[in-house]
Structures are given as structure tokens and as C-alpha cells.
Design a protein. Structure first.
Lengths: 633, 527, 100
């Protein structure tokens, strides 16, 4: 049964294709049915293939299905082939599973939208591209998926293209991630030229066979990581993600939280041998991850837009995943990716439910006290927040703890401290969000209050499912202190990510670390409680005391403005100057100038042409005399 | 095969043009459909070339030879992996170009269609000629109909644009003519045989100095056509003023003649000169890539934006050609086809917009998507193809080109890859300002979505884009042998040595001729 | 017997007179006549050569010239007549349509 795994990506593609061509004439019910069914079928096949994978021996990993030769030119040969191994299996299940839930949710959320079929076309296409990304057996095909998800992200962010801000955000996302992709492409070329193949198995063989020097490994790893920085919204290319919230909320949940933005993490895990070999590159990954984790969290502190807080939180959490990869704990990074997919999409969908209830309101200053109006959304949101804050026994706790423990164990204390700091901030801003939205006094607009209603079941049931998984998903990877054998997740991924860097700590140290992370989580929540429930005036007092800090954070460190002033404006202005002066004046000037010089000389010479026969005769006579003179003397 | 299929494909449009002369000028629809029929039949005939093409050999196929004027001036046509797809591209785009001008051209329909058909013969002739003289004749033949297409059916500054186009091209091609004759006489001196056959001529080992001069003359002519920086300024003017179909053919096919010229003549005839000038050519191509991209970014007219994007794309193609390895050159040929499709399609799209709005200024548009959703989808696909998104044709060509460049020079590849970002930036920005956002102009409310005729000519292009992006094997396979054969020639692996007389006379001759030609040019321009 | 050189001198004098007349006079008819004078100076030179060299070739050429000159005179006068009809003048200064 596992042979059919190659169908996984193509079912959504087929559905997307049908919707693209006939979508405008099909009834809505059918559209949503087909779109959801395709993704659900992919999910089922992923699960079946996953169990098939468990049955067969590890030596036969990865399963490879080569469909056809895609590009063949000289030494550049790329097969269109898919592979299935534990890493792909986890990703495929997460993508199709979470994707399916979000498809269902979208049925309710997008119900009134006039671009219904277009929406599902894009969403299906996205699922295809993401599945292709995680299942391709070579890096070029992975790049195809990589660009494909970028395209869908562009289309879906700009879904409501009538709004300038949405159109802008889509374009920005595409271009900024493309800057990273440039590095990715160069990385691919280096691999091709030096290793001679783009297949992951061949690359891994070359690395473990010692065919790759450390310097080369560092170069390739950093170039590939450039792509990851763009796609996974890390410093310095994170700027597109907060703006991406212009898209429909389910899109933010699926693409900009659960799946696409984690593609960078997946890629680093896929190439883990390379990063381990390089060392330097791994350190860079870890440091960028750690700095981003804290940096993004600080920006989340002051935002008032509910989705933007979640966006910064996503950036920060992906930073954690990179910390995991950077310290060599790839499976811990993957584990966080997997739990994050659940609780972050839960948070986004709950936020969507809040927006739905308030007719599209995003500003938390106009919310508050929603607890009693949204009896289902509130607990769902709360579960998500607890999970992300790292309160024990929810999924986020296990994964974040695994990362921080590994960071400590690998003696990356600087990274560890940043991670802990980020954890406090995470707990704080998440509960700030909860308190401002659901607790405290009501600050609703009167007309918003009139329409206030809980979302329909088609939206709340997905919330329930995700909430359930946010609670239990962590139990497949419990820390070693509770028993060596219990960490099933690590074991499962072992064939792909050879351990070796997973240093084991003593039981006491590990307990200490767990206690610290629990303590910071609770501390953060407590702080938020003091700030926003007990003494609601504290934030204002702080603002008054440190106005510059607040302003800096609120304006996101002015990074957008700086990028604009440093990169965008000079390029556009410079091009204009060059166009006006060089193209129009120098080149065209030379062209038109030579034309007018010729014209002018013709004009001057034409005065010789008087039209009077006598003048011609005179010249003629003169010529004859000269000629005779020449003959005679 | 005994049936002279290639000659038929080449001259059928000309026959059509003659036929059209006898149709009364008021029967416009009959004229249009006749022209369409001729180009369509020609396309179907050209498919036989594709089907019967043998991908296993580098030999020229469908060869037809016949005496013509004598003294080496013979009729000699054929097809190989370098030219097959360019011929197909021409026959494929011609019916589309005619369909696109169905309503746009209202005055002098008869002459328009006749010129289009003559143009098709000229272009195909350029791609199939293996006799330098014949090639030159076709090369010049393409100039005349294009001159009139821009000059008669063009925009307000059409006379300036068309004169600029013709004079630019003439400057190059006259120098090429001189070089052709010098080559011819050198061959005659070396062997005692008159020949314009490029296979014969490419066996010559020329004095490096002479080679340099001859190559410069050829290269100038081709570089103007491509166009390479800094010889590109005729292109935006010609595009902006040309009617839609004119722009389509100009961008999609005529520019390819320059790049094809380098592949067919420049590289195999003058390999030493190419090697010597390689750095200069590569740097100019690279500047073209970046410069074209930056200029496209700030254009206010959609058509000149697309025109500058052509400069950038052609820069990449040229850089790939000068990388001289198999991936790069196959990528370059592939990218020529892609550029033909995607830029051709973009010009068609601009034409569709223009027919509705009667303006091409970006600032006059905004929010067109909500009025024209189907059109918007086509626009999006064509734009993405031009950006080089995987799954569409542009990606295959771009990745092969850049990979090939990378193999030759990492630095050039790193700089050249900036096209990836620049293309995304200028096209997406333009798309956003034209198609997205709120509707800013009252006129846009009156726009109707594209009609069946417009869909019917966009659909084939889009299908080709997907096909070439998803399954490029059939294309690459047919280029393989010819490209490696070309590389062997450039690397002198298969050359038979015929030592030309090492005479300095020839060199001075060239110098003199070049000088006199320059004077002639001056007179040309004066007129 | 008159020396041969006299004929030549006469022919040169005639020719120079014709040239001078061509440049001095302004109406087309007189200019036309001065051209005829130059022509006949040429004829005279031919005949003189024929005599000096004792060959008939020169004589034959003169006949040709006379016939051609007759035709030329007819065409030329016709042109002048037509110009006069159109422009009401035969001053050569007024004929400058070919001015650049």
C-alpha cells in the first residue's frame, strides 16, 4: 500500500486544476466538498503510507518513486521523483491533516466571499506545493515546491486585492522571500557542481563519504539557509510576515503559521548532515534563531492587532525551531514544528472566530470581555495560549523544553538564555492577548456588539479538533526524565537525523531545566495578569516612563522604514536618474546626435546647390582649366 | 523525404501575400481570414518538421540545395537542433499575431496582412538558411515589412521609432555584408572555390586579427538585433510605437535572430575572436541584465516596461551563450522560446488592455482585476512565466542558463541571478498597479472581460507555457546533438584545417572597406 | 596657303568668345547661341586636324556634330519656348528650381 504515497501531492493538484477551470460555474457546495475531500484523501494516504513505513525495515528508507525525467541537459539531470521517509511522513501528515482542518474551517469562514472558488483553487494548489516540497527526493524539485508555496502565499495574501494594503503585502512577501531564494538557488548550483547530483540520498552519501570539505559545507549550508531565512521569516528577512496578515485568517493559519513558514526548518532538517558537518553554519542557524526568537517576541508585546501579535509570535516560535536545529537537536526542532502547527493554527483560527464574531474587527483595544459571548472560542484560544506559553503537559511545553534542554546540554548557554528570555516574553504577550480580548471590561463598538455571535459549527468543530491535538500532541515526545523509551518521536526520526549531538544530561540537571522553564512560563503569565487585570494602569505608566522604548517597539524598530530608505528608495530613484541621464541623454543623445550631425552637414553642403546653370558651368569651367593645367604642366 | 517541406514552410506565407494582392481591399474580413488561414496551414505544416525531426543527430535535416545565382550563391536551406524550435515558434506565433490584430487594425488591412506574411517568410528564411548570402537576403527582408508595420500602423511617434529601428539595424547589417564578402574572398583565395556555405567557411582557420575584425562586424549586427547594452535604445521606442502584433513579433521572434546569429555564425566562424572578446561580451550581457531590470522598474508605460524586461532577459540569454557549455546554450535556446512565449503574451495582454483603455500609462489603471477576472488569470500566468516560476516554462530556461553560467564563472552567475529578484520586482509592481487595488479610473468600469477571440489566442500560449515547464524533455532532447556539435566547433575539435593565406592585405582591405561603409552609413543617415 | 595653326587659333578664339558670352549674357537664347558658337569652334578644330593629319575621320565627326547640333537646337529652343510660356521670362537667373 505504501507505493501509492506518490499520489499524496497530486490529489490536491487535480482538485485545484478542476476548480481553476470550472470553478466559476460549479455550485459552492460542490466546490467545498471537492476541495476538502482532495486534502482529506491525501491525509488518509499519508497515514496509510506512514503505517506502511513503520512496517518495513529502516534499511529500505527512503521509499522513492521516480515519475519521469524532468530536465536533462548535459550534466544537469533532474528526475521528477518523490520520496517518503519518516521526516517526509511527519511533514506530509501535518500538512495534509492541519490543511484539511483549515479547509473545513474555511468553508464557514469564506462562506460569503465572492471569490469562493478562487480561494479553494489557491488553497488546494498550496497544499499540493507544500506536499511536493516535503516529499520531493531532490533539492531542485524541492525548490519547485518552495517557489510554489511562495506563489500561493502571494496569491492568498493578496486575495482581497481590491485593498491596496493586501496587494502590497502580497508583493512584498513574494519579493522578500525571493531574495532568500536567490541564495537557495546558488546553494543548489554549488551542490550540483561539487557533488554532481541533486538527489538527497546522493548528497547525504557524499557528505558521509567525506567528499565534501568543511568549507564547502559551510558555504552551501549558509546559502541554503538564506532561502530558509526568507521563507521562515527570520532576521533580517522577516518583514513580510506581519504584513501577510492581510490575507484571510485561515490562510494565515495554514500558510503563515502551520506549514509554509516552517519550510525552512524542514529544509535544514533535511540537510542536517550538511549543517552538522559544517558546525559554523549550525551556529549561525542557532544564533539567528535565538536572536529572532527574542526580537520578534519584543515586538509582539506592544501590538494591538490580534493577528499581528500572532504573526510576531510565529516568527519567534520558528526562531525556537532554528535554535533546535542550530544546536544539533534536529528532531527537537521538528518536534516543535509539529506541535506548533497545532497550537498556532488553533490560535489563528480562534482569532478568526473572534473576528468573525465582531464583523472583522482586529483591534484588541476594541474588544475585551468576550469570554461570555464566545463560549467555545474562548476555551479554544486559552488552550492554544497555554500550550504556546509552555505550561506543563500541553504540547508546547514538551517541544520547547526539548529545544532548551538540548541548547543547554550542548553548552550553548548564550542561546539558552535567549531562549528562556523569549519564553517569558511569549507567556506574557499571549496572556496579554487573552486578557485584553476575553477578560476585563468590554470596549466594543456598539454596532459590533449587535452582531456578536459564536461561529457556526463548521468553524468551531475544527477548533475543537485542533485544541484536542494541542493538548495531547506532545506526549509522543516526552523528555528523557520520564523514561528513556518514551520519546517515540526522536526514535522515529532517527533514520533521517542521525543523533550524535544529542548530549544527555544528568537527571538532576534535566529536572532543574524543566523547573526553570515551567517557572518562566508561569512568571510570564503572572506578569500579564498584573499588567492587564490587577492593575490595568501599569502599561500606561510604563509608556509614560519609557516613551521611546514603547515607541520603538510599537513601530517595530522602524525596520520597514529603514529597509525602504536604504534599499527600495535608492534603487528606484537611482534607476530614474540613470534612465533620464544615461539612457535618454547619453545613448539616445549619441544616436540622435549623430543623426543630426549628418543632417546638419547635408544641410550646409546643400547650399552649394544653387540651381543656377551658370554656377554649375563656372565650376565646370574651373575644373576643365585645372585639368588642362594638369595635362599641360 | 522528397517533398520539399521546408521550402514550402518558408515560402507559403509569401505565396499567401501574392494571393492577397489580388483580393479587393474592402473585403477586410476575407483578407484577415485568408491571412489567418495561410499562417495556420503553415503552422500545421511546420509540425511535420517537428515530428520527422531526428533528435539523434547533429546533421542538418530537411536539407534542400539548388543553384541560384552562382559563384557560391546557392539556395541551401535546412534545419538542426538550433533552429528547429525557432522556426516552430515563428509559425506558432504568426496566427496568434494575426488574430490579435483582427479588430485593432482597421486601416489598410490588405497591406498589413501582406506585410505580415512577407515578414513570416523573411524570419523563417533567416532561421533555415545555411548559405550566408541567402541568410543576408532574408535578414534584410525582415527589415522592410517591419519598417512599414511600425511606420504605418504605429503610434504617434511612429516615424521616429521606425527610422531609428531601421537605421540601427542597417548600420549593423551593412558591416556584416562587408564581413561576409571578406570571408568569401578569403575562402576563395585559400581554396580556389567560391562558397557562401557556412560549413565550408567554418573550416577556415583565419588570421586572428582578421577574425577579430570580421567577428566585430558580425557581432555588431547581431548585438543590435538582440539588443545588447548599450545598443538597446531603439527597442523601447520601436515597441511603444509598434502595433500590438508588431511588438509581439519584434520581441518574440526578431530579437531571437540576433541571438541565433551568434550561435549559428558568430561562434563557429570566429572561435578565436569569440574567446578573445569573451570578457567584454559577458560583461556587456551582464550589464544588460541588471540595467534592463532596473530600467524596467521605473517605466511609466507598460509597453516600455516589457521592452526593458526584454533587454534584461536577452542579457541573460547572451550571457548563457557566452558561457559556452552545453547546459548554458541549451538553456539559452530554451529561454529564447520562453521569452518568445512570455513576452509575446505580455505584449498581447498590453494590447488587450490598450484596446479597452486607449492608454498604456500605468497610472491610468488600477483595480482592473475586479472588472476582468478571466483576463487577470491569463495576465498572472504570463507574468509568472516571465518571472520564471517553477512549473512554468521560464524556470527551466532560467535555471539551465544560470547553472551553465555558474559552471563557467561563479561571479557572473551570482551577479546575473539578480534577474530573479528584479524580474519579480518590476513585474509584480506593475501588476499590482494595473490590476490590483481599488478602481481609480471611471473608465475601468466600462471594461469588458476578454472575448472568445482573445481567449482563443491566449490559451495556446498558456498551454505551451505549462507544457514547456512541466515536461521539457521533447525540446531539450532535440537540441542536444546540435548544441554539442556547436561546442565542438567552437573548441575546434572537428575542424579540418585549411590554412588561409596569412596576408596582411586582407586585413587592410577590411579596414578600408569598413571605412568606406562607414561613410556610406553617414549618407544613409543624412537622408 | 594659310598655315594650319591659324585655324586652331581661330577655333580657340571662337571657343573663348563662346564661353565669355555664356557667362556674360543673361537670357537663355543668347546663352544657347554661345553654346552653338563653342560647338562650331570644336567643329573648326576637327576640320583643322583633319586637314593637318590628312585624314577623313575629323570631317566625318563634324557631320555627326552638325546633325546632333541641329537636333539639339530644335529641342533646346522648344524647351526655352515652353519655359517662356510658363514663366514669362527667359532670364537664366530665374531658373533655380533645383536649388538645394
Amino acid at each position: 500500500m505504501t507505493e501509492i504515497f506518490w499520489l499524496i501531492p497530486f490529489l490536491p493538484l487535480l482538485s485545484s486544476f478542476i476548480l481553476a477551470i470550472f470553478g466559476r460555474t460549479l455550485p459552492k457546495k460542490y466546490i467545498s466538498f471537492q476541495a476538502c475531500l482532495a486534502v482529506f484523501a491525501s491525509f488518509i494516504i499519508s497515514v496509510i503510507s506512514f503505517f506502511g513505513l513503520l512496517k518495513i525495515s529502516q534499511e529500505s528508507y527512503p521509499l522513492i518513486k521516480s515519475l519521469f525525467t524532468w530536465i536533462a541537459s548535459g550534466s544537469f539531470t533532474i528526475n521528477f521523483s518523490l520520496q517518503f521517509d519518516p521526516l517526509s511522513a511527519v511533514m506530509a501528515m501535518v500538512v495534509s491533516g492541519v490543511g484539511f482542518i483549515i479547509h473545513v474551517y474555511s468553508v464557514g469562514y469564506m462562506d460569503k466571499d465572492k471569490g469562493y472558488s478562487r480561494y479553494f483553487t489557491y488553497l488546494n494548489l498550496f497544499t499540493f506545493a507544500m506536499l511536493l516540497l516535503v516529499m520531493s527526493s531532490n533539492i531542485v524539485l524541492m525548490f519547485v515546491g518552495w517557489e510554489g508555496v511562495g506563489l500561493c502565499s502571494y496569491l492568498l495574501i493578496g486575495f482581497w486585492f481590491e485593498k491596496d494594503s493586501a496587494a502590497n503585502a502580497g508583493k512584498k512577501a513574494f519579493i522578500v522571500t525571493r531574495i532568500g531564494d536567490l541564495g537557495f538557488l546558488l546553494g543548489i548550483f554549488f551542490i550540483f557542481v561539487h557533488i554532481g547530483s541533486a538527489e538527497f540520498t546522493a548528497i547525504n552519501q557524499a557528505i558521509s563519504g567525506g567528499a565534501v570539505t568543511q568549507g564547502l559545507a559551510t558555504l552551501i549550508a549558509l546559502l541554503l539557509f538564506m532561502g530558509a531565512v526568507g521563507k521562515s521569516a527570520q532576521i533580517p528577512l522577516y518583514v513580510w510576515l506581519p504584513d501577510a496578515m492581510e490575507g484571510p485568517t485561515p490562510v494565515s493559519a495554514l500558510i503563515h503559521a502551520a506549514t509554509m513558514v516552517t519550510a525552512g526548518v524542514y529544509m535544514v532538517c533535511r540537510m542536517n548532515l550538511l549543517y552538522t558537518l559544517s558546525g559554523t553554519a549550525a551556529l549561525v542557524v542557532g544564533v539567528i534563531g535565538a536572536v529572532t526568537a527574542v526580537y520578534a517576541a519584543t515586538m509582539a508585546l506592544t501590538q494591538n492587532d490580534i493577528k499581528r501579535v500572532l504573526a510576531y509570535s510565529t516568527i519567534s516560535q520558528i526562531g525556537y525551531m532554528f535554535i533546535g536545529c542550530g544546536v544539533g537537536a534536529y528532531s527537537a526542532g521538528m518536534f516543535h514544528l509539529y506541535t506548533h502547527a497545532f497550537f498556532k493554527s488553533l490560535l489563528f483560527l480562534s482569532a478568526g472566530s473572534v473576528m468573525h464574531a465582531l464583523s472583522g474587527e482586529l483591534d484588541m483595544r476594541k474588544m475585551g470581555g468576550l469570554r461570555k459571548y464566545l463560549p467555545f472560542t474562548y476555551p479554544a484560544f486559552l488552550i492554544g495560549a497555554i500550550a504556546i506559553a509552555g505550561v506543563p503537559f500541553l504540547s508546547g511545553f514538551f517541544s520547547k523544553d526539548a529545544i532548551l534542554t538540548q541548547a543547554f546540554a550542548n553548552k550553548q548557554y548564550f542561546i539558552w538564555i535567549l531562549g528562556v528570555l523569549g519564553a517569558i516574553l511569549t507567556a506574557f504577550y499571549m496572556f496579554r492577548l487573552i486578557f485584553l480580548t476575553f477578560q476585563g471590561e468590554e470596549r466594543l463598538e456598539p454596532e459590533a456588539k449587535e452582531h456578536l455571535h459564536e461561529s457556526p459549527p463548521v468553524m468551531t468543530i475544527p477548533l475543537g479538533i485542533l485544541a484536542f491535538f494541542s493538548i495531547i500532541a506532545g506526549f509522543i515526545g516526552v523528555p528523557a526524565v520520564f523514561g528513556e523509551k518514551l520519546n517515540w518521536f526522536n526514535k522515529f526520526l532517527e533514520p533521517v537525523m542521525r543523533p550524535g549531538h544529542e548530549v544527555h544530561l544528568s537527571i538532576q540537571t534535566e529536572w532543574l531545566l524543566i523547573i526553570i522553564s515551567v517557572a518562566v512560563a508561569l512568571f510570564g503569565i503572572y506578569l500579564a495578569y498584573i499588567f492587564y487585570i490587577k492593575k490595568p494602569q501599569t502599561p500606561h505608566q510604563l509608556n509614560a516612563k519609557f516613551p521611546y522604548v514603547y515607541k520603538l517597539l510599537y513601530n517595530k524598530y522602524y525596520v520597514d522604514e529603514i529597509y525602504n530608505a536604504v534599499f527600495v528608495k535608492p534603487v528606484v530613484r537611482g534607476s530614474e536618474i540613470v534612465y533620464d541621464n544615461f539612457d535618454l541623454k547619453v545613448i539616445d543623445g549619441a544616436v540622435n546626435g549623430s543623426a543630426s550631425v549628418t543632417g546638419l552637414s547635408g544641410k550646409i553642403l546643400s547650399y552649394l546647390q544653387t540651381g543656377l546653370i551658370k554656377d554649375y558651368a563656372l565650376v565646370f569651367l574651373f575644373g576643365v582649366i585645372l585639368f588642362l593645367g594638369y595635362l599641360l604642366f | 523525404m522528397n517533398f520539399p517541406i521546408l521550402s514550402v514552410v518558408t515560402f507559403l506565407p509569401l505565396a499567401g501575400a501574392v494571393f492577397l494582392i489580388f483580393v479587393h481591399r474592402d473585403r477586410k474580413n476575407f483578407l484577415r481570414s485568408l491571412a489567418l488561414a495561410f499562417t495556420l496551414i503553415n503552422f500545421v505544416l511546420s509540425l511535420f518538421l517537428y515530428i520527422h525531426f531526428n533528435p539523434q543527430t547533429a546533421e542538418t535535416q530537411f536539407v534542400e540545395k539548388g543553384p541560384w545565382i552562382g559563384y557560391g550563391i546557392n539556395y541551401h536551406i535546412g534545419i538542426d537542433g538550433l533552429s528547429l524550435f525557432l522556426v516552430l515558434l515563428t509559425t506558432f506565433l504568426m496566427p496568434i499575431a494575426i488574430l490579435s490584430s483582427w479588430n485593432y487594425i482597421q486601416k489598410k488591412v490588405k497591406e498589413y496582412m501582406i506585410f505580415m506574411l512577407i515578414l513570416e517568410t523573411g524570419i523563417i528564411g533567416v532561421f533555415v538558411s545555411f548559405n550566408l548570402f541567402l541568410f543576408y537576403v532574408f535578414w534584410e527582408v525582415t527589415l522592410i515589412p517591419m519598417y512599414f508595420l511600425i511606420g504605418v500602423w504605429g503610434g504617434p511617434r511612429r516615424i521616429y521609432a521606425t527610422l531609428k529601428y531601421v537605421l540601427f539595424t542597417m548600420l549593423g547589417s551593412l558591416l556584416m555584408l562587408v564581413a561576409i564578402f571578406v570571408l568569401y574572398s578569403t575562402y576563395y583565395k585559400a581554396t580556389g572555390v567560391y562558397s557562401f556555405n557556412i560549413f565550408d567557411l567554418s573550416k577556415l582557420i583565419l588570421n586572428p586579427n582578421l577574425q577579430l575584425w570580421l567577428f566585430l562586424a558580425f557581432a555588431l549586427s547581431f548585438a543590435i538585433k538582440v539588443p545588447m547594452f548599450p545598443l538597446h535604445t531603439w527597442l523601447p521606442d520601436a515597441h511603444v510605437e509598434a502595433p500590438t502584433a508588431g511588438s509581439v513579433i519584434l520581441a518574440a521572434i526578431l530579437l531571437k535572430m540576433g541571438a541565433y546569429g551568434f550561435l549559428r555564425f558568430g561562434l563557429p566562424l570566429f572561435p578565436d575572436a569569440v574567446m578573445k572578446l569573451l570578457p567584454v561580451l559577458a560583461v556587456l550581457s551582464l550589464i544588460g541584465i541588471i540595467y534592463g531590470g532596473l530600467m524596467a522598474l521605473i517605466q511609466k508605460d507598460i509597453k516600455s516596461l516589457v521592452a526593458y524586461s526584454s533587454v534584461s532577459h536577452m542579457g541573460l540569454i547572451m550571457l548563457a551563450i557566452f558561457s559556452l557549455n552545453i547546459e548554458a546554450i541549451e538553456g539559452a535556446i530554451y529561454q529564447m522560446l520562453n521569452h518568445g512565449l512570455s513576452t509575446g503574451a505580455l505584449f498581447l495582454i498590453v494590447g488587450i488592455l490598450y484596446e479597452r483603455a486607449h492608454t498604456r500609462q500605468i497610472k491610468d489603471f488600477g483595480g482592473v482585476s475586479s472588472q476582468m477576472p478571466v483576463f487577470s488569470a491569463f495576465f498572472l500566468i504570463c507574468m509568472l512565466s516571465s518571472i520564471g516560476l517553477p512549473g512554468l516554462n521560464g524556470f527551466i530556461g532560467e535555471i539551465l542558463c544560470i547553472f551553465g553560467i555558474f559552471k563557467t564563472s561563479k561571479l557572473l552567475a551570482i551577479l546575473g541571478i539578480s534577474t530573479v529578484i528584479l524580474a519579480a520586482a518590476y513585474l509584480l509592481w506593475m501588476f499590482q498597479r494595473v490590476m490590483q487595488g481599488p478602481i481609480k479610473n471611471e473608465k475601468i468600469y466600462s471594461f469588458t472581460d476578454i472575448n472568445k477571440r482573445e481567449i482563443s489566442y491566449l490559451v495556446p500560449i498558456v498551454i505551451m507555457m505549462f507544457w514547456m515547464g512541466i515536461y521539457p524533455r521533447p525540446f531539450l532532447k532535440r537540441m542536444d546533438h546540435s548544441v554539442s556539435d556547436l561546442l565542438n566547433k567552437v573548441n575546434r575539435k572537428e575542424r579540418i584545417f585549411i590554412q588561409a593565406e596569412e596576408d596582411k592585405k586582407a586585413l587592410t582591405e577590411v579596414n578600408n572597406l569598413i571605412n568606406t561603409e562607414k561613410n556610406k552609413e553617414m549618407e544613409e543617415e543624412a537622408k | 596657303m594659310i598655315p594650319g595653326s591659324y585655324f586652331f587659333i581661330l577655333s580657340v578664339i571662337l571657343f573663348i568668345l563662346g564661353v565669355i558670352a555664356f557667362f556674360v549674357k543673361r537670357d537663355l537664347i543668347t546663352q544657347f547661341l554661345s553654346i552653338e558658337v563653342m560647338l562650331n569652334a570644336g567643329n573648326l578644330a576637327f576640320i583643322a586636324f583633319a586637314r593637318a593629319l590628312n585624314s577623313l575621320h575629323g570631317q566625318v565627326i563634324v557631320f555627326f556634330i552638325i546633325t546632333v547640333a541641329a537636333a539639339e537646337a530644335a529641342v533646346g529652343l522648344a524647351i526655352i519656348l515652353l519655359i517662356f510660356r510658363q514663366k514669362k521670362t527667359i532670364k537664366s537667373e530665374d531658373m533655380n528650381l533645383m536649388k538645394g
